[in-house]
Design a protein around this ligand. Structure first.
Ligand code: GLC
Length: 547
């Protein structure tokens, strides 16, 4: 079977924030259709859309009320079909998001469960339990929501008396499904078929490691106060039973024949060997490599993370799937500029340490060229091709991420990486919306970073991305075997055995410049002027073709 995904570059569109056609300040499918040529100009192979399904939008669409329909805010099913058609004409594959851990509390199943008495079949599709203590006033266990606060909410019966509790690993409006229930399994297989029939190339699977919970729902006293990213041994993450679900799904995808339909796991699982279990040959095709995203900007950490990731993925015959930014984390142009030792946050608010924007962008560009040189697939997050920084000064009243509210405002939440795109410097809302409306205000720095300011201008981040994707395609970097080179403790360097010759990739994280290897410079992440063109300066990556 074709294995296009192994070295594909896939661009994440966050539909709320990419392009707004109807002027309401929220991106939509008609806006997406109009901007698809950007993906061709950039040179990606596929696009992944975050959810556009019918949803009350309490978690920006990751709270799905109808998996087979489109939310009116984004358009209609006919609009999705038009996007699929136009993307196919442009040669861009489309991956959609699948959210199986929980539904919205407005999903008909959950409404039915609420209207049905404790112990009724309708409640079996979710995780309802009696509370602890004589009057059931204590939650059934001590689990905490990933978004802060407890993971259980108590219902009030029709007579006003308190009754059972339901589990929600995320917001209260995102009740967890009971994946032991055959109807739940059958329903998602049918949803997968529904979208395959419409022509999607695959699925990104939301919190793929959390569907199955440990039997008996045991307490988890060792849980960190904030459950972000990977938590080893949590009774609600990475349970062995989850793999059986994905083997079934893989069979559904494989049954569609050529070209391969794929699925990519969002599984915040460590260590790399555990994560690799999700990409065994009969499960996912890809799993985001979050180790690289969380890796500090230190050469020894990067070298180890890359080696471990490649070893773990190849141990199961899979390829690596590199990612530096997405809609849940601080944009890497800001994250990599944070003072050393700062935890990798999900957002940056008024009281948090601030990044150095110049170092952040230089490192982001160097990091991007590093991961785009590595064998495997790569996911890009909208706006990173412009070097957009995190929006850090959003006023509290515009913040919409439930994390902000559930943490009592102590955690800024993820809105700062979700601010709408910058297309045209002099257009209303920077070309995002014809009316000038924007559901989150765009920071003033975005203006000079707009696509039209960078297009065709040598040395810009946008032109660096375009060149990188072109060279990656021409040289076959994404599928070339690599051998580490020792150019000093602060340098990450590899020899890439491409079909038409050897390419060297050198990333310098040290204070001193290192000599440029002999050969033709294919691309560099800086302009080559700071520490001289004969050197790889601090926080710079250079690709060189050996002569
Ligand atoms: C995933 C999504 C995130 C969402 C959460 C709950 O982590 O990427 O945006 O809030 O799942 O669905």
């Amino acid at each position: 079977m074709s294995d296009w995904w192994r070295d594909a570059v896939i661009y994440q569109v966050y539909p709320r924030s990419w392009a707004d056609a109807d002027g309401d300040g929220i991106g939509d499918l008609r806006g997406i259709a109009a901007r698809l040529p950007h993906l061709v100009e950039l040179g990606v192979d596929a696009v992944w859309f975050s959810p556009f399904y019918r949803s009350p939008q309490h978690d920006a669409g990751y709270d799905v009320a109808d998996y087979r329909d489109v939310d009116p805010v984004f358009g209609t099913l006919a609009d999705v079909d038009a996007v699929l058609r136009e993307a196919a004409e442009l040669g861009i594959k489309v991956i959609v998001d699948l959210v199986p851990n929980h539904t919205s509390s407005e999903h008909p199943w959950f409404r039915e469960a609420l209207a049905s008495p404790p112990g009724s079949p309708a409640r079996e599709r979710y995780v309802f339990r009696d509370g602890k203590g004589p009057d059931g006033a204590q939650p059934p266990n001590d689990w905490r929501s990933v978004f802060g606060g407890q993971a259980w909410t108590r219902l009030t019966g029709p007579d006003g008396a308190p009754e059972q509790w339901y589990l929600h690993l995320f917001d209260t409006t995102q009740p967890d499904l009971n994946w032991e229930h055959p109807q739940v399994r059958a329903e998602f297989e049918s949803i997968i078929d529904f979208w395959l029939d419409r022509g999607v190339a695959g699925f990104r699977v939301d919190v793929a490691h959390s569907l199955v919970k440990a039997e008996g729902l045991p307490d988890f006293p060792d849980a960190p106060a904030v459950v972000a990213g990977s938590v080893e041994q949590a009774p609600y993450f990475d349970q062995d039973g989850v793999h059986e679900i994905y083997r079934r799904w893989r069979a559904l995808l494989d049954a569609r024949g050529e070209p391969a339909r794929i699925m990519c796991a969002e599984a915040w699982v460590t260590p790399a060997e555990r994560a690799a279990r999700y990409i065994r040959p009969d499960e996912f095709h890809q799993a985001f490599n979050f180790d690289i995203l969380e890796c500090p900007w230190r050469a020894e950490h990067l070298r180890t993370t890359i080696a471990d990731s490649l070893a773990a993925t190849s141990s199961v015959g899979a390829s690596a799937t590199w990612v530096l930014s997405n809609h849940d984390v601080v944009r890497h142009a800001s994250r990599l500029g944070l003072p050393p030792g700062t935890p990798r946050p999900q957002g940056i608010g008024p009281g948090d340490p601030r990044p150095d924007p110049v170092a952040g962008l230089a490192r982001a560009r160097a990091a991007t060229l590093l991961v785009l040189s590595l064998p495997g697939a790569a996911y890009l997050y909208q706006g990173e091709e412009l070097g957009l920084p995190e929006a850090m000064d959003l006023p509290p009243e515009v913040r919409q991420d439930p994390i902000f509210e559930r943490s009592g405002g102590t955690d800024a939440g993820r809105d700062g990486c979700r601010v709408p795109m910058a297309w045209e410097a002099d257009a209303p809302a920077l070309g995002f919306s014809p009316s000038g409306a924007s559901w989150l205000p765009q920071p003033h720095e975005y203006r000079d970073l707009a696509v039209d300011r960078q297009r065709g201008v040598a040395g810009t981040t946008y032109e660096m991305y375009r060149a990188a994707l072109r060279i990656r395609r021409e040289t076959g970097l994404g599928s070339a075997a690599i051998t580490p080179l020792d150019l000093g403790p602060d340098v990450v360097a590899y020899e890439h055995a491409c079909p038409d010759g050897v390419v060297l990739g050198v990333t310098n994280l040290g204070a001193e410049p290192v000599d440029l290897p002999d050969g033709e410079v294919l691309l560099r992440s800086d302009t080559g002027t700071a520490q001289g063109p004969a050197h790889v300066g601090t926080d710079v990556t250079v690709w060189v073709r050996r002569e």
